[in-house]
Design a protein around this ligand. Structure first.
Ligand code: MTE
Ligand code: MO
Length: 214
C-alpha cells in the first residue's frame, strides 16, 4: 500500500512538472483540452473492449436490473461540459470536454429501491473499484461518459465508457466501467482502501455532502 502511494506520487509530480512547463510556455492556451493526461492503470492492463461488445450492467437494489449496450447509452439524453481534471497527486488538465449520460438518468431508468444508499462500481480491469453515495451520484455533473476530449474515449483513457465524477478528484472517475451495483452501504473502492478519501471533493473536504460551490 505504501509502495502504491509512493509510486503514484512520483508519477504525479513528474507529470505535474510537464503540465506546468506546457502551461508556462503558453502551450496550454494554444491547445486547450489537449491530451496531457498521465495514463493510469492500477491493474497494469488496458482492457481492449470493442464498442459493439461493450456492456454495462446495473443491478442490486433496483426495480429493473438492466444491461446497457453502448448504443443504448448513446440513445439516452446526453449532457456535455468542460472542466479542469485534477489528479489528487497534483497534475491537472484544463478545459477537458466530456459527454455522456447523467448517472441520475440511469438510476431513474432502472428505478432505485427503498433501502438503497450507495453505488458500487466495477471495472473491466478486474481490480479498480469505486463508490458514491446515491446523493453524490445524482449530482448533475456526475456522468457515465462516452466521449472525452471531443472524441470517443480511447482505450488508454478507459473507453469505450468510463465514469466522470466532475466535483471530485480523478481517482473517482473509474475507467473501463463494467458494472454498477446499487447497495445499502458505501463500499470504499480500490483507492480508498489505499488511503484516499471516500468523499474526494476537489476542495479537499471529506464530508459526505458537496462543499459549498462544488
Ligand atoms: N480502472 C481504472 N480507473 C482509473 C484509474 C485506474 O488506475 N484504473 N486511475 C484513476 C486515477 S488516480 C486518475 S487521476 C484517473 C486518470 O485518468 P487517465 O488515466 O485517463 O489519465 O483515472 C482514474 N480511474
Ligand atoms: Mo489520480
Amino acid at each position: 500500500m505504501v509502495a502504491l502511494g509512493a509510486a503514484g506520487i512520483s508519477v504525479g509530480s513528474a507529470v505535474q512538472s510537464r503540465v506546468g512547463r506546457a502551461l508556462g510556455s503558453g502551450l496550454g492556451s494554444f491547445f486547450p483540452g489537449g491530451d496531457v493526461f498521465e495514463i493510469y492503470s492500477v491493474s497494469g492492463t488496458f482492457p481492449a473492449i470493442a464498442t459493439t461488445a461493450y456492456r454495462l450492467s446495473v443491478s442490486g437494489l433496483v426495480e429493473r436490473p438492466a444491461t446497457f449496450t453502448f448504443a443504448d447509452l448513446e440513445a439516452m439524453p446526453r449532457v456535455r461540459f468542460a472542466r479542469t481534471f485534477h489528479c489528487v497527486t497534483g497534475w491537472i488538465v484544463p478545459d477537458v470536454h466530456w459527454e455522456g449520460v447523467r448517472l441520475s438518468h440511469l438510476l431513474d431508468t432502472v428505478g432505485v429501491r427503498p433501502g438503497a444508499v450507495a453505488l458500487a462500481f466495477d471495472s473491466y480491469d478486474g481490480v479498480d473499484t469505486e463508490s458514491l453515495t446515491l446523493d453524490q451520484a445524482r449530482l448533475p455533473d456526475v456522468i457515465v461518459a462516452t466521449r472525452m476530449l471531443g472524441a470517443p474515449i480511447t482505450r488508454d483513457h478507459g473507453g469505450p465508457v468510463r465514469l466522470y465524477v466532475a466535483p471530485m478528484f480523478g481517482y473517482k472517475s473509474l475507467k473501463w466501467l463494467s458494472a454498477i451495483r446499487v447497495v445499502d452501504a458505501v463500499e470504499p473502492g480500490y483507492w480508498e482502501e489505499n488511503g484516499y478519501p471516500v468523499n474526494g471533493w476537489l476542495d479537499g473536504s471529506t464530508s459526505t455532502v458537496p462543499p459549498r460551490g462544488a
